[in-house]
Design a protein around this ligand. Structure first.
Ligand SMILES: *[C@@H]1O[C@H](CO)[C@@H](O)[C@H](O)[C@H]1NC(C)=O
Ligand SMILES: *[C@@H]1O[C@H](CO)[C@@H](O)[C@H](O)[C@H]1NC(C)=O
Ligand SMILES: *[C@@H]1O[C@H](CO)[C@@H](O)[C@H](O)[C@H]1NC(C)=O
Ligand SMILES: *[C@@H]1O[C@H](CO)[C@@H](O)[C@H](O)[C@H]1NC(C)=O
Ligand SMILES: *[C@@H]1O[C@H](CO)[C@@H](O)[C@H](O)[C@H]1NC(C)=O
Length: 754
């Protein structure tokens, strides 16, 4: 059992249910709704001309320039051409019929989705901890600008101290927008820009719960920004747990903050798109979006990528069931979440003095002595209500197992568990002992806020021990239990990484011929800044900025690499085994070996990614072509528009029936004279041949194309099966591995999904 999974979930998960898909249209009259109009690539260099053309389009429809300006919430003009406007359905229909309009959609809203983790990734500050010297080679990311689209920033946090920073890069064109509790002095050489977006949301509603400025009331944005690029802060901890130096992956990278997510509103499409559009105009190098759900329409990121900006998204927290991926777009990096080698063992002493160990984030200065122990087999709000639990610690019997098995997702289980805990807190119980996979811990975040309440997660066999003790003790005495404060252990005794249960899984519904997520990174129990202190949080939202920080370092070392090249370097060097050679597992029911739909290429390995040997590059024009072909098949100028022909560092074929040949091109970025030989691990039931099977590179031959032919061996209707293709250059230097997923289909109409 990977005990390190037993860590707390973030409070934002609890907000999930409340925030999800809350439309931003509630602010307006009955007749108009907020629409987003997409016009494709912009037609003018000058952004003002782009906006003027939007006003013209609306004026001719609405009758006057004034009406057009009043209706328009945002004009998107840096990355692509389009606008957000309040329109009646009939006006929307008229716009949809205009020839220059590619799409028009209602604006929805998407939910939001350190210390140990960076050492664990081989980017410790001690030089011997980072074999490639990546941090130093990258100058700690000082010249790189990371745009963070989130809930804003808490600028006073020590993580954003700019002492010793050089001048702001001269190419920066962003702004420091002021507002409630936020002045220009809150920007510095670390936070070089801060903007906020309320378009389409009623300000009077926002004012009640949030601040109209870039200031982060929620804490999510400060956490993610400090994870990607927080400055060094010595001895950060959460009440003594996880103590260490807190810092971001690229501790000197600059931060540009775009507050597009709001309390009770989630992240409305219109504001997120404007944030992305401004970030492109401002000159960010990287966009980090720890947002869940599906941003609709999803085209904004393609234009950012075409401008050389690497876009990184969280995969979502809807695992462990399949087909729950968010942000599954071919041109972005989609990040799954996994554990690190740290856990928080908590000793429970039972009344007969036997001790058992669970995990918690219980941080009391000393243990509070023995408390009465109550067992409730089915921990529902009703049963708790009718049981005397005041002052006692409750062990929930099979209930959490039931939460695990019956909940449709880890997120649902969180919601169910949340109800139990609030009933317990309401009834004045002192704590709860529960089982649960990695999702069991998540309540701890709630509990740590309710002082004096403790949540300990134990394995099933430990729960049995407690039940046995209870049964034998009840005869003579009243059963009791004592909880000692948690301690922190790190290193080889903790099995890691494991893909977290909540991490969303592939395959993609939108693009079945695509492997998503791309990669996994630490996202469980991550310590980072929150207001003036530090707090643990878990989620793919926490994993996403880990990749953003690493990308900043890679950009600093390889400024000319495209977003596709950077993604390729990350995916092809990711590891699928842990440090001791055991395959990485994925939490869920049951726990299993991780496959590409859990973690893409595997777990991120920054020191290898800086020197990948070969890269699978993609011309952004190809992304646009594939996007066009999926959008409108009648206007497609590709001979073979199957997504598996896009030169991605992965191959998925969702409907193999007759032999299929897939092409890939690799570019040598290692020694000019290199020879690579192929090793193929074919998915069971599929034959793969590779032509040629040896690639020779020299000073004039930097790119090579090869063909893979997939042939089903047995015609059996199958689920996806997994394999890989690896180019080795001999010795132990480079192994360039891509994941493969193939599903053999006999009858295309027979849908067979695991
Ligand atoms: C914002 O400023 C007001 C007035 O100075 C202050 O009362 C309030 O506590 C501040 N809010 C936060 C979250 O800092
Ligand atoms: C448990 O240990 C304590 C201290 O060592 C001792 O006083 C107590 O009698 C023990 N209780 C039982 C039931 O053995
Ligand atoms: C708990 O009991 C009280 C009264 O005993 C009742 O008002 C309340 O609705 C009950 N709550 C639940 C969740 O059953
Ligand atoms: C590089 O390899 C190509 C093809 O193998 C060969 O034609 C060419 O002469 C080589 N060039 C150099 C500089 O060795
Ligand atoms: C698959 O490959 C094996 C070994 O190369 C070969 O013997 C077999 O005939 C192939 N099967 C098909 C269906 O191509």
């Amino acid at each position: 059992m990977a005990s390190s999974q037993r860590v707390l979930y973030s409070t934002f998960l609890l907000l999930f249910a409340a925030l999800s898909f809350y439309l931003a249209v509630e602010a307006v009259s009955d007749y108009k709704q907020l629409y987003i109009v997409y016009l494709g690539e912009r037609q003018h260099e000058d952004p003002n001309l782009v906006t003027a053309s939007h006003h013209d389009m609306l004026s001719s429809l609405l009758g006057s320039k004034e009406e057009a300006v009043r209706s328009m919430v945002y004009s998107y003009r840096h990355s692509f051409s389009g606008f957000a406007a309040f329109l009646t359905d009939s006006h929307a229909q008229q716009i949809a019929d205009l020839p220059e309009v590619i799409s028009i959609k209602l604006s929805g809203s998407v939910p939001l989705q350190t210390t140990r983790s960076w050492d664990y990734l081989g980017l410790g500050f001690e030089h011997q901890q980072q074999p490639s010297g990546l941090l130093e080679r990258a100058k700690y990311g000082e010249d790189v600008i990371i745009g963070v689209v989130d809930t804003g920033i808490w600028p006073e946090s020590r993580s954003f101290d700019d002492t010793g920073y050089g001048p702001i890069p001269s190419r920066w064109k962003g702004k420091c927008e002021v507002g409630q509790n936020f002045t220009v002095d809150n920007c510095n050489r670390k936070i070089i820009g801060a903007r906020w977006y309320t378009g389409g949301i009623k300000k009077s509603e926002l004012r009640k719960v949030d601040l109209l400025s870039p200031r982060d009331i929620d804490g999510h944005g400060t956490h993610t920004a400090s994870t990607a690029a927080g400055s060094l802060v010595a001895s950060a901890s959460f009440h003594g747990l996880g103590v260490g130096t807190a810092r971001g992956g690229a501790p000197r990278a600059r931060l540009a903050i775009y507050k597009a997510c709001w309390k009770n509103q989630g992240c409305p499409d219109a504001t997120v798109l404007k944030a992305i559009d401004d970030a492109v105009g401002d000159g960010v190098d990287i966009l980090s979006l720890s947002l869940g759900g599906a941003l609709q329409p999803n085209f904004a990121s393609i234009h950012a990528v075409a401008k050389g900006i690497t876009v990184i998204f969280a995969a979502g927290n809807d695992g462990p069931i399949p087909q729950t991926m968010s942000n599954d777009l071919p041109w972005v990096i989609t990040v799954a979440a996994s554990t690190v080698d740290r856990s928080f063992p908590t000793v429970l002493t039972l009344g007969d003095n036997q001790t058992v160990v669970g995990q918690s984030l219980y941080y009391a200065a000393k243990d509070k002595g023995f408390k009465d122990l109550v067992i409730i087999l089915h921990c529902t709000a009703e049963v708790i209500n009718s049981t005397d639990v005041a002052g006692k610690i409750v062990a929930c019997g099979d209930s959490l197992y039931a939460f695990d098995t019956m909940a449709s997702s880890a997120r649902q289980a969180v919601t169910d568990l949340g109800k139990v805990v609030s009933s317990l807190v309401q009834a004045d119980a002192k704590g709860v002992i529960s089982t649960g996979t990695s999702l069991g811990i998540l309540l701890a975040s709630l509990l740590t806020q309710k002082k004096g309440f403790v949540h300990v997660v134990v394995d099933d066999d430990v729960l049995w021990q407690i039940l046995n003790y209870f049964a034998s003790a009840s005869d003579s005495t009243s059963p009791t239990v004592k909880v000692s404060p948690a301690s922190t252990i790190v290193g080889s005794r903790v099995m890691a990484p494991t893909v977290a249960a909540f991490s969303s899984r592939g395959p993609s519904i939108l693009y079945p011929d695509l492997i998503k997520p791309d990669i996994t990174a630490p996202g469980v129990s991550i310590l980072a800044a929150k207001r003036d202190s530090y707090a643990f949080d878990s989620g793919t939202s926490m994993a996403c900025p880990h990749v953003s920080g690493v990308v900043a370092l890679l950009k600093a070392v390889h400024p000319h690499w495209s977003p596709a090249a950077i993604k390729s370097a990350l995916v092809t060097t990711a590891h699928t085994m842990d440090a001791y050679g055991f395959p990485i597992e994925a939490d869920g029911l049951p726990r299993k070996l991780a496959d590409p739909f859990d973690f893409g290429g595997g777990h991120i390995d920054p020191n290898k990614a800086v020197d990948p040997g070969l890269i699978y590059d993609v011309d952004p024009k190809d992304y646009l072509k594939f996007f066009q072909c999926t959008n409108d098949a009648s206007d497609c100028d590709l001979v073979d528009s199957h997504l598996y022909q896009l030169n991605l560092p992965s191959i998925a074929i969702s409907d193999l029936n007759t032999p299929v040949t897939v092409w890939r091109t690799v570019t040598n970025v290692g020694d000019a004279n290199s020879i690579y030989k192929v090793v193929v691990e074919a998915p069971s039931g599929v034959n793969i041949t590779v032509q040629p099977s040896v690639l020779e590179f020299n000073a004039s031959m930097k790119m090579q194309t090869f063909a893979l032919t997939f042939t089903p061996v047995r015609m059996v209707q199958c689920d996806f099966r997994f394999g890989s293709l690896t180019w080795h250059d001999g010795g132990n230097k480079h192994s360039v591995r891509i994941p493969i997923a193939v599903r053999v289909i006999i009858q295309p109409f027979f849908s067979y999904i695991s």
